[in-house]
Design a protein around this ligand. Structure first.
Ligand code: ATP
Ligand code: ATP
Ligand code: MG
Ligand code: MG
Lengths: 463, 463
């Protein structure tokens, strides 16, 4: 019986299907999405109107049958990556800047590293990454991943004058099947533009296809910002970690009000009364029993205000409408934006659009799922939105199977509860389920009004 | 912009819902399953008839409402864990003995560590683990996990005379909801006994419930054994790793025949001819280009025998029948065992049972999914078996919605392609889909014969 320890890169190399990289079709798609999502996160977090260039080119001969090698390249005008982090960002699993309590597309610290890993495993090619933070100089590396050690191996270094370009460029060569992946990749770009109508993207396909998504608005939603943890989202392990990070900056009362959201002086008093611990104690000196007591007091306290949603950045009704109109050009469109809610200490908002008719929608219900502005195109039937729709009686809204209806659901949160590492679909948390259902009911009611009016007009015309 | 690296334990602590530990109901279930699966793996790999004692006890007052703290304990008569690995096995993520190419329930090296982590985070209690390999002495630890460093923290050590007990005992305290989880936990134990009728399990529930599953056979299937990788399952990263492990044990021709299954002298000759590399070369001396060439030669070679299934250990028709009879006691039962097949270089077999009637089955189709003898009880509708069933026209087999039918599908493989870290359901690989469909058709045809005979008898009786 021989025991081993494997590194995170080794784990995700062997089990890359857990991250979505199952076959060449899906993997080509996932490569594009991981790169695009990083670029958009970077631009938005800096309040920069995103301009992305996405290209997929055949690497080698077009005579070769699918699957074949493709060079995938994404260049953005975002904030760039500082040189000291550049190689690790792409060459280490679980390395990143998005482990905070803040709304962003990325959250796991492994997306782009998976693309590099997949490319390396299927084509043996290094990745090329270059970035400029200053706009004056850029730095670049040709690198591979040492899968056994979970660290980058730099093969070549580059640097030069950036001539005003600030941002990041990533190029990987992967085994892909563009013929099968094309429609999903194009849908992904379209829905990305729908969710973010302030984005300009140029897409160059393998046969020279030139697809442009020009931004339809200069208005950008406020960037999300980091929030403090909410007491209901904290367990004893986190509490201990927060106390370690606090060191000796102040007493327990200060620690509680400064480290948590929704914990003010009065709340601290009430909490500490219950467990008979003085607010003047040093947090680091609390015994295990006292920590447990504090944790139970927090868990049983019923008067916390709900998690603060001010750090979230929803699309908002106008932007969502503009995006959906642009993509679907429907005959009828209604928006339903819910007030913020929360699950497990994490704030979230649900925004829904229901569209009817127009040149793009086919008969039946087409669902568009967006989470933190990421279009989710796989595993629809496992997703919470699908579950909600299946449990609704749509005939009650005069909806018939021949009606061409689009249902767009956007959820944004400090933490989207994906069920998989590949962010394919969202778990059915009851709070989220409820918000989606209420938003849909609201939108479907207005659709019903429209449909009945439409029928009445059609009826009158006949007579 | 601040970059961090997080450890695997930190990643899975924050994202423990990826491993199935979402809420107290599910987490209590997952705690039981991770422990039971480890015990069964250990017994079977040593050819020991498993005897498991599983207990769930309320920790604290029964007055307390759900969710509450539960002490979950599993003790087995397996092979035990050597002392030097004992703490790491339970206190490190990505540490284990099942990273090989061999059929087993475990595969990720994190299952039981997740249970310890979840327990620690929700109850602050340490885990207790004890094991005896010799049957003479046992060693035990009370331990916690250092989440930031991904390593165990030993709080207390124990050792003593094992008095003939060989095996492992694991006890964790977790926040659970037994009321909600009970039916799933009982189903899990029942289906475990169905998949492994040579197992004896005693279950003690929180109110003193005593549930016993006595083995109905002393016959155990041969233990699975490790196999060499198949050329079609290897990519260049693995090839390089295998060459490193080979060191200087022989030339390239020897390396190929000894490191791969289905590669004999003739095959080596044909492969090396295509790329003009002599078999006498040292593998470590191959250049990048030569490695690439070898990889393409392997990928395009069409005459490899399919992956060797001899390492697999299917249930077999007799054992599957015994298990299903015991659990469902159906009026009619038919078994369909497929010949081994393969996906991505991994051999697998599909074994199916279709049951009709009896005291346990309700009207409609109840699906029982088993993978490497693990009952899969969550996310049924996302699973490949469900997809296959939905695409079949069951009325063509005279199956009507009031018929009480059980469909049991067991897949065993050197690598089950789960879609999630929590092993909730299986991805729809086309080869697997096909085997399930053919097995089901076969079984449903025999069910149709039975159903039509039944109708004829009923008709004659009436007259
Ligand atoms: N185009 C980019 N512009 C700026 N920073 C980037 C870019 N691409 C990657 N990064 C940086 O590299 C880090 C690692 O990226 P990676 O995709 O692996 O993880 P992530 O985006 O944090 O999380 P996820 O795994 O969910 O995508 C990011 O956190 C970000 O800081
Ligand atoms: N009851 C047991 N008897 C013998 N060995 C055990 C037992 N429980 C755990 N182990 C050992 O500890 C290791 C780690 O267990 P863990 O459940 O974390 O991972 P795994 O079973 O290898 O994979 P998975 O994450 O898929 O369950 C196992 O590989 C096994 O060697
Ligand atoms: Mg990312
Ligand atoms: Mg395990």
């Amino acid at each position: 019986m021989s025991f081993e320890e494997i590194t995170p890169s080794e784990f995700f190399y062997r089990n890359r299907d857990l991250a979505g990289f199952t076959n060449p079709t899906r993997s080509l798609y996932f490569t594009v999405r991981e790169l695009v999502e990083n670029s958009l996160d970077s631009c938005e977090s800096k309040g920069i109107k995103p301009e992305l260039f996405v290209s997929i080119a055949i690497d080698g001969s077009e005579q070769q049958e699918e699957p074949r090698f493709y060079d995938v390249m994404v260049q953005d005008n975002g904030g760039g990556i500082p040189r000291r982090h550049l190689a690790d960002a792409f060459g280490r699993v679980f390395y990143g800047s998005k482990f905070k309590l803040k709304q962003s597309r990325g959250m796991f610290g492994l997306g782009v590293t998976m693309a590099v890993l997949y490319g390396q495993a299927t084509t043996n090619r290094p990745a090329f990454v270059a970035s400029s933070v200053s706009g004056q100089r850029y730095y670049g590396y040709q690198l591979k991943i040492d899968v056994e050690k979970n660290r980058p191996v730099i093969l070549r270094k580059f640097e030069g004058r950036a001539v005003g370009w600030r941002g990041t460029l990533v190029a990987v060569t992967v085994l892909g099947d563009y013929q099968r992946a094309e429609s999903k990749i194009i849908s992904y770009l379209e829905q990305t533009a729908m969710a973010a109508p302030y984005v300009t993207m140029i897409f160059r396909g393998p046969r020279g296809e030139d697809l442009r998504f020009h931004r339809v608005t200069d208005f950008m939603p406020k960037p999300p910002h980091e929030i403090l943890p909410h007491p209901l989202g904290v367990d004893i392990e986190m509490l201990k970690k927060m106390i370690r990070a606090w060191k000796d900056r102040g007493d327990l009362a200060h620690f509680l009000t400064r480290s948590f959201q929704r914990v003010g002086g009065k709340t601290v008093q009430k909490l500490l009364e219950r467990i008979d611990i003085p607010g003047s104690m040093e947090p680091g000196k609390l015994s295990e029993d006292q920590l447990q007591g504090l944790m139970s007091a927090i868990k049983s306290y019923e008067y916390f205000l709900p998690p603060d949603p001010s750090g979230l950045s929803p699309l908002g009704a106008d932007l969502l409408e503009a995006g959906v109109r642009r993509m679907l050009n429907p005959e009828f469109l209604t928006i339903s934006v819910r007030k913020p809610s929360a699950y497990g200490g994490h704030p979230f908002t649900v925004e829904v659009a229901v569209a009817y008719g127009g040149p793009r929608l086919k008969p039946g219900i087409t669902v568009f799922r967006l989470a933190n502005r990421i279009p989710l195109l796989y595993d629809e039937s496992s997703d919470v939105t699908w579950k909600v729709l299946n449990n609704m009686d749509l005939s009650g809204y005069r909806i018939r199977s021949e009606h061409p209806i689009g249902v767009i659901v956007h959820i944004c949160s400090t933490r989207v509860p994906y069920k998989t590492v590949g962010k394919e679909y969202i778990a059915d948390r009851p709070e989220i389920e409820r918000e989606i259902r209420l938003a849909l009911r609201d939108a479907f009611r207005r659709l019903r009004v429209y449909l009945s009016r439409k029928e009445t007009m059609a009826y009158r015309k006949k007579r």
